[in-house]
Design a protein around this ligand. Structure first.
Ligand SMILES: *[C@@H]1O[C@H](CO)[C@@H](O)[C@H](O)[C@H]1NC(C)=O
Ligand SMILES: *[C@@H]1O[C@H](CO)[C@@H](O)[C@H](O)[C@H]1NC(C)=O
Ligand SMILES: *[C@@H]1O[C@H](CO)[C@@H](O)[C@H](O)[C@H]1NC(C)=O
Ligand SMILES: *[C@@H]1O[C@H](CO)[C@@H](O)[C@H](O)[C@H]1NC(C)=O
Ligand SMILES: *[C@@H]1O[C@H](CO)[C@@H](O)[C@H](O)[C@H]1NC(C)=O
Length: 556
């Protein structure tokens, strides 16, 4: 019997048709279970702290590594009883490694009735970089690879395509890239018959850009919109009062998609009493909001943790903070209104106009299929980035890109073909390529415009002449143009990066729409970090390729 039970559980786990937990879907601005009961997220952030480094010019400390909490079967088995004590139905996990096995944790969580909101970004170079935003093939492959590793589980509530990428008006040029990530992940989920939601978590910044960003990510068509909006809210401290939330209730009254607090739990005036919990799940809030994620189960920088794990990892000590949250969470009774039939049709927001506080244009970048980049690498490069001696080449690539593009400018060349401008909606044909390929493009252009002078492909030892270089600069140009014109610009259903052979990878899937922006090379001025004018000179590409977003921290 025991064997049969275990076998049945394993079979249910890997079968896509059988769901242990009910599917959660969107109707109007609310979430519902399959039986029509309204669903609220009552959750906690669940990710051990990675190493944090102050590496962002804007002063954000960001993690530089991570520990995949869903690959730690012992840790999950240790923690699930505590998650049950807390009364949570959801955890939010910020970074996982798709190469590891997550079966044990996902099953333990599912059996405990716990859903997972899974962020797809990784620290350092695995996220959309607010300082130099782009939606590139390496990020798409990372995101899709993670989705692939998790679609077999019944309890993934949502895949989160970004966390706090935008923190100020200048960062709003990132919005088209975030929206494109949502579009492509959504198309991929649909192709896998997954009903998991696609979400984004916003910083609780000034309403002038925060609301425009929310509307932008939820506007136009369902295919290009997030399904679930998260706001990281730290407004209620100490005893607090509903007045702390007044403006975020009214701000989102007309917002048409489900919304929740993707982080909450102020610590500026400890102790944390968690009296915001009855408010969040109470009559005054539930018309606009569908619950939230308390931050955080594990200790996190800033004093946020609710448990301590013994040094050998075997046991958990809970804090008073934990006990108070558990008391509040277990006392919640969900308000089951509106009924699903009264929730209204699912509609999208109206796209916001550009303003001084919101700089993004409406044209989205194309789906970053890799074939255009493979084509470049195989046929058009004469000088390539060769310093891959470090595990984190991002800062070197950023500096070199900055330098190579400015040098290219002095020779009349341009980095526009690798540039992406979210403000004007101008996306170079090679803007979808990963940072190292972009760098090799700039290095090759410089080498060619210098008439292949040996010293012009050196860059202090970071660049090497390719023995397979095209016969001439003209041949290299022709090859690059042919790669650009063969690239399927626009939107398509991404293909599984691991399951497709390189020759067919990125080919448009049957039925794929090609509705995205064109990949014209004639960019104009970029208001943000990046490529400036036809001369190719750069202003602010320092740390350009270092992914700074996607971390798990919120600064107050
Ligand atoms: C990040 O950098 C590492 C090491 O350089 C590389 O192995 C990995 O593929 C990169 N990830 C992405 C998403 O580009
Ligand atoms: C990269 O990291 C791996 C694992 O941490 C290590 O074994 C390897 O030596 C590192 N390589 C370089 C070039 O730093
Ligand atoms: C490689 O590029 C980096 C960044 O510009 C530079 O610091 C370094 O000196 C270059 N090459 C060598 C051999 O160190
Ligand atoms: C690679 O770049 C790093 C950082 O700039 C530098 O320290 C190192 O010397 C370079 N290695 C080579 C082989 O150029
Ligand atoms: C770029 O502009 C030039 C001159 O205005 C024009 O001839 C060329 O066709 C344009 N290229 C693209 C890709 O739009």
């Amino acid at each position: 019997m025991k064997f049969l039970k275990a076998f049945a559980a394993a079979a249910a786990l890997v079968s896509t048709g059988v769901s242990a937990l009910p599917k959660i879907t969107r109707t109007g601005k609310y979430l519902y279970q399959e039986d029509g009961t309204r669903f609220y997220i009552k959750g906690i952030a669940y990710q051990e702290q990675g190493t944090v480094t102050q590496n962002d010019p804007t002063g954000f400390p960001e993690p530089t590594d991570y520990i995949d909490p869903l690959a730690d079967a012992n840790g999950c088995n240790r923690d699930v009883p505590y998650l049950k004590q807390l009364g949570v139905n959801t955890i939010r996990v910020y970074s996982v490694n798709s190469a590891l096995n997550h079966d044990s944790c996902m099953q333990a969580l599912s059996e405990a009735g716990i859903y997972v909101i899974l962020d797809l970004a990784l620290p350092v170079n695995g996220s959309i970089d607010r300082a130099s935003p782009a939606w590139t093939s390496n990020l798409l492959d990372l995101y899709i690879g993670t989705v692939d590793a998790f679609t077999k589980y019944d309890n993934v509530l949502a895949y989160n395509v970004g966390n706090e990428v935008v923190t100020a008006p200048a960062d709003t040029i990132s919005a088209p890239f975030i929206k494109a990530a949502a579009r492509d992940v959504k198309a991929y989920l649909k192709s896998k018959s997954s009903s998991a939601l696609v979400s984004f978590s916003s910083t609780d910044g000034d309403a002038s850009w925060r609301l425009a960003l929310a509307n932008y990510l939820a506007c136009d068509t369902d295919a290009t919109s997030i399904d679930l909006y998260g706001l990281n809210v730290y407004r209620w401290c100490g005893d607090g009062s509903i007045t702390n939330y007044n403006s975020i209730i009214t701000d989102y009254t007309d917002f048409p998609i489900p919304s929740y607090f993707s982080e909450f739990g102020c610590i500026t005036s400890p102790p944390r009493l968690w009296t915001e919990v009855p408010a969040l799940f109470g009559e005054q809030m539930v018309t606009e909001w569908s619950g939230g994620i308390a931050f955080s189960y594990f200790p996190a920088v800033g004093g946020y943790g609710m448990v301590t794990i013994s040094s050998d990892g075997s046991s958990v000590t809970t804090s008073d903070d934990f006990t108070r949250l558990a008391t509040q969470y277990t006392a919640v009774s969900f308000i089951n209104t509106p009924t699903q039939s009264a929730a209204g049709a699912s509609t999208q927001a109206t796209c916001p106009a550009k303003s001084d506080a919101f700089l993004a244009g409406t044209a989205l970048p194309p789906t970053p299929v890799n074939n255009v980049c493979d084509c470049l690498e195989k046929n058009a490069f004469s000088c390539v980035f060769s310093n891959t001696s470090s595990n984190n080449t991002s800062p070197i690539i950023g500096e070199l890109l900055n330098y190579a593009c400015s040098q290219l400018g002095t020779l009349g060349g341009s980095c526009l073909p690798i540039g992406a401008d979210g403000a004007t909606g101008t996306y170079g044909a090679f803007s979808v390529c990963d940072p190292a390929t972009k760098l090799s493009y700039a290095l090759s252009e410089f080498y060619e415009l210098s008439n292949r002078l040996a010293t012009s492909c050196d860059f202090s030892g970071n660049a090497t002449v390719l023995s397979t270089a095209p016969a001439s600069a003209q041949a290299a140009d022709a090859a690059a143009s042919s790669c650009a014109s063969a690239s399927p610009a626009g939107t398509q259903v991404p293909t599984d990066p691991t399951a497709t052979s390189p020759s067919t990878q990125g080919a448009a899937s049957p039925g794929a729409t090609q509705t995205g922006s064109s990949s014209g090379n004639n960019g104009t001025k970029n208001n943000g970090a990046g490529f400036v004018d036809a001369r190719g000179a750069l202003i602010t590409m320092a740390a350009s390729v270092v992914g700074l977003a996607g971390g798990m921290f919120v600064l107050l």
